[in-house]
Design a protein around this ligand. Structure first.
Ligand code: NAP
Length: 283
């Protein structure tokens, strides 16, 4: 069965919009996000602008800080300090990658905890590992979990194999699965006998970034396969999974596009709502 990220995201966005509209009506306040982009990476600019369009669709205002040229790390840290103090700004969204003269870790960690709508700050990741309710989860891992929930897949006691250990996908999704009582194996490029590990998976999550990396022989019959990968092949988007050959072996599988990617945007919007309420003292 196909796990439809677009439809699930649409439903979620509808609920988020309704809540934002209610808050606007009752309290007369509007959520505002500062969107920061540094450099000339066309893919990042397209992604940042498409995020801003989804903010507009939900009635979220944007302050755009797009720098095409070189700016210093100190300049960016000062800007974040100013935005942290601005009571009208509810969320700060830093579009990655940042140019080499700027440390992404330093910049992300400078964001005030309740304004870290991407959930990449070390403190937020720490709260996630503590299974605290107060954390803001990185959007892609949160989107994966929301999709799993929408299809009523219970992770308790399941063998879950995550391929990839990045700070934005692999590690946080592994922590979220652990918090849901799954048994997690995290693989990386040094993992020996990868297919032996992936074949054990009741739920296989691939976040590698290589097209057709997960082949039929790596997947157990009846597994749930979540494809996080986004790869551009001859101008088309493809995931990590050899979808056509793998799909018939699975009980559930996400398509690319229309799977995890669609959920990522919806979860970012959900994080913005959470930050908005926290910043404005709304329950
Ligand atoms: P990343 O930082 O490049 O991480 C890739 C991971 O894959 C690394 O941990 C790497 O291991 C592992 N890997 C590479 N080759 C491997 C191999 N042969 N066997 C096992 N593991 C291997 O990438 P990312 O940022 O996590 O993103 C992964 C993919 O997801 C990309 O295609 C990206 O575009 C996509 N993505 C999609 C969304 C979405 O919304 N759908 C969001 C974020 C990312 P090492 O650590 O050992 O190098």
């Amino acid at each position: 069965m196909l796990m439809d990220g677009r439809e699930t995201a649409k439903e979620l966005k509808k609920k988020i919009k309704m809540e934002i509209d209610d808050i606007k009506r009752i309290y007369g306040v509007t959520p505002t996000v500062a969107s920061i982009l540094v450099g000339n990476d066309p893919a990042s600019e397209v992604y940042a602008n498409s995020q801003i369009k989804s903010y507009q669709d939900l009635g979220i205002e944007t302050q755009k800080y797009f720098f095409s040229g070189e700016i210093s790390e100190a300049y960016l840290l000062n800007l974040i300090d100013k935005l942290n103090k601005d009571t009208e700004v509810d969320g700060i969204m830093i579009n990655l990658p940042l140019p080499s003269q700027i440390s992404a870790t330093k910049v992300l960690n400078k964001i005030k905890l309740v304004k870290d709508v991407d959930g990449f700050k070390a403190e937020n990741l720490g709260l996630l590992f503590q299974n605290s309710e107060d954390f803001i989860s990185p959007s892609t891992p949160a989107g994966i979990m929301e999709l799993i929930k929408a299809y009523e897949i219970d992770l308790e006691g399941k063998d879950v194999v995550v391929v990839g250990r990045s700070n934005i996908v692999g590690k946080p999704v592994a922590a979220l699965v652990l918090n849901s009582h799954g048994t997690v194996t995290i693989c990386n490029s040094h993992t020996k006998n990868l297919s032996e590990k992936t074949k054990m998976a009741d739920v296989l999550i691939s976040a590698v970034g290589r097209p057709k990396f997960i082949t039929e022989d790596m997947v157990k019959d009846g597994a749930v396969v979540i494809d996080v990968g986004i790869n551009r092949v001859n101008g088309k988007l493809e995931g990590d999974v050899d979808f056509e050959n793998v799909k018939n072996k699975t009980s559930y599988i996400t398509p690319v596009p229309g799977g995890v990617g669609a959920m990522t945007v919806a979860m970012l919007l959900s994080n913005i709502l959470k930050a908005f309420k926290a910043n404005r003292g709304i329950i």
